[in-house]
Design a protein around this ligand. Structure first.
Ligand code: PEP
Ligand code: MG
Length: 591
């Protein structure tokens, strides 16, 4: 691809993963180094394995050195576990053992390692969950480090940027991201990466604007070329004209002012201008997010995704291990409520050590509560752990992917049996633990009035609800354009669910990604949602909108939206409405 040095105002769009605007010069990190893939003779195998082992030892030393260096930086301490994970990967048989085996088939270390990395990647590619799928980047980062060592290339050093610059790289490993000098690095741009890659998470912790997934940015720019990045919208401008620079300087000022203001929201209640209290909770899918939940004053955990307890192991966690994890969640949330979702595994969500057959249509197969009801032994262990934790604090239990009344009745029957068993054995537990279900299937929406008779609360999982309602695989990029939260069918599904919950006198919240999108906040309030649970870092922005609007305004907007036949009209109407109502927050200048 040609370098783009002269044409002014070339716009590119990637995935904005860390908000903020940066205007500066490119510092291009070169990831290219020659990798020779060779056939070796049988007598060379031992020497080659030795060379590979030395590379593994050197990689461990490098990571250890980086860990020591960054452990003094307070804002990065909570992420040091990533470096530990990388050191563990360097001990893992799936990488190291498999590479040695491949070397024995007479390939040199580089070729063997590349083959193993390729195999591992195809394993990861089959995972539905975006967060888990992104974890292949940890293996890639370790693989890349080993390859550089084997080829004698230098470590990719982000710490060596000389002047203030925007780093452009094919990819950045967490270790590289951690080493950046915040006083010099104005932003990051990468060809690879997604919203939940570690680099993205770290960029947010470092407060450095970042756009990832640009695919070809490294081949389009040169060192010292001027560039603008908007880490919120994901827009990148190459060779900006003076007028564009001026426009983005103003935008930068506006962004910084709003960011500063956001800090004031931490200690304010989430309340609308007409006095409606909406609970804003955090979703949790890994241990480190507790800190974020605290930082952004989450009012509890609205969705504790228990899958992470089952990952990366051959045996499922024991009752005791799960009990400890749930109690630790209660402790860390300081008496606030924790809603624990039972295992949502199966389909494309991949966990080693559990009995999952290949299925022709996994999204509609044996996943979530269907798997739990089939593997009742495993289910009972989890229920025992959750119920025992309910004796220690405010625990609610939630069942995923319910599609019929019989299913929830079966779950409740087992829950009752387990409660009695625990009581007989003298364990403390809450026999009236609040029981909820996730509304994620069209069937659940259609029979919401019946389901509402069975449970204490609903939580709408829009990530799956949209996939099943619109028949669009949430992980398939070819149909991503159809995955549309503005679709009139989705609006109606949300309304039917909220109305059914309220008619039955139970609460209804939302815990899909839509909950964290400030553009939807007024619509969600208008629909009557009682609570929203989201990635904790989204809480301040949602709270800011919420404190500026009333439920009445929301209801009016929803009524109008319900008359619109297409997603386009719905999205334009919401956008226009929010720009007019809260110009300071939503009236961002167009490109
Ligand atoms: C959802 O489907 O909206 C949800 C919150 O569950 P998950 O993303 O874990 O499937
Ligand atoms: Mg779901």
């Amino acid at each position: 691809m040609e370098k783009n040095r002269t044409t002014q105002d070339v716009y590119l769009v990637g995935v904005g993963v860390s908000p903020g605007i940066a205007i500066g010069q490119v510092s291009l990190l070169d990831h290219r180094y020659p990798v020779y893939e060779l056939h070796i003779e049988a007598e060379e195998i031992d020497t080659e394995i030795k060379r590979f082992r030395q590379a593994v030892a050197e990689a461990t030393t490098q990571l250890q050195r980086i860990k020591e260096r960054v452990s003094e930086q307070v804002h990065l301490r909570e992420h040091l576990y990533i470096l530990d994970t990388h050191m563990l990967i360097l001990e893992d048989e799936m990488l190291v053992g498999a590479t040695e085996t491949a070397i024995r088939t007479q390939r040199n270390a580089e070729s063997a390692l590349r083959q193993v990395l390729k195999n591992l990647r195809s394993l990861f590619d089959n995972i539905e969950d975006e967060y888990l799928r992104e974890r292949h980047s940890d293996v890639d980062a370790v693989g890349e480090r080993l390859l550089r060592i084997l080829c004698g290339a230098d470590e990719q050093m982000t710490g060596r940027v000389e002047n203030e610059a925007i780093i452009v790289a094919h990819d950045l490993s967490p270790a590289e991201t951690m080493q950046v000098d915040r006083s010099r690095v104005l932003g990051f741009l990468t060809d690879k990466g997604g919203r939940t890659s570690h680099t993205a998470i770290l960029a947010r912790s470092l407060d450095i604007p970042a756009v990832v997934g640009l695919e070809t940015i490294t081949s389009q720019v040169e060192d010292r070329q001027t560039i603008i990045i908007d880490g919120e919208s994901g827009v990148v401008v190459l060779n900006p004209s003076p007028a564009t620079i001026c426009k983005y300087q103003q935008r930068k000022k506006h962004f910084e002012h709003l960011e500063h203001e956001l800090e004031d929201y931490r200690n304010l209640p989430a309340i609308t201008t007409d006095g409606m209290r909406i609970s804003l909770c955090g979703n949790l899918e890994m241990e480190s997010e507790f800190k974020l939940a605290h930082k952004h004053a989450a009012e509890g955990i609205g969705l504790y995704r228990t899958e992470f307890l089952f990952l990366g192991r051959q045996q499922p966690p024991s009752e005791e291990e799960q009990f400890d994890a749930y109690c630790s969640a209660l402790e860390r949330m300081d008496g606030q409520s924790v809603t624990i979702r039972t295992l949502d595994i199966g389909g494309d969500k991949f966990v080693t050590g559990l009995n999952l057959d290949d299925e022709a249509n996994p999204a509609m197969g044996l996943r979530a509560v269907r798997f739990s009801l089939q593997e009742e032994g495993l289910f009972r262990v989890q229920l025992r752990a959750i119920l025992r934790a309910s004796g220690r604090g405010r625990v609610r239990i939630m069942f995923p992917l319910i599609s019929g009344v019989a299913e929830i009745r079966a779950c409740k029957r087992i829950l009752r049996e387990v409660t009695k068993e625990l009581q007989r054995q003298g364990f403390a537990c809450n026999p009236d633990i609040p029981v909820g279900i996730m509304i994620e299937t069209p069937a659940a929406v259609m029979i919401a009035p019946f389901l509402a008779q069975e449970v204490d609360f609903f939580s709408i999982g829009t990530n799956d609800l949209i996939q099943y309602f619109l028949a669009v695989d949430r992980g398939n990029q070819h149909v991503a354009y159809l995955y549309d939260s503005f679709h009139p069918a989705i609006l109606r599904a949300l309304k039917m669910t909220c109305d059914a919950a309220h008619a039955a006198g139970i609460s209804v919240c939302i815990c899909g990604e839509m909950a964290g999108e400030p553009l939807y906040t007024l619509v969600l309030i208008g629909l009557g949602l009682d609570g929203m649970s989201m990635n904790p870092s989204c809480i301040p922005r949602v709270k800011r909108v919420l404190r500026h609007v009333s439920r009445e305004q929301g209801k009016e907007l929803v009524e109008r939206l319900l008359t619109l036949p297409t997603s386009k009209e719905v999205s334009v109407a919401i956008d226009l409405h929010m720009r007019t109502l809260l110009p300071d927050l939503f009236a961002r200048p167009l490109l």
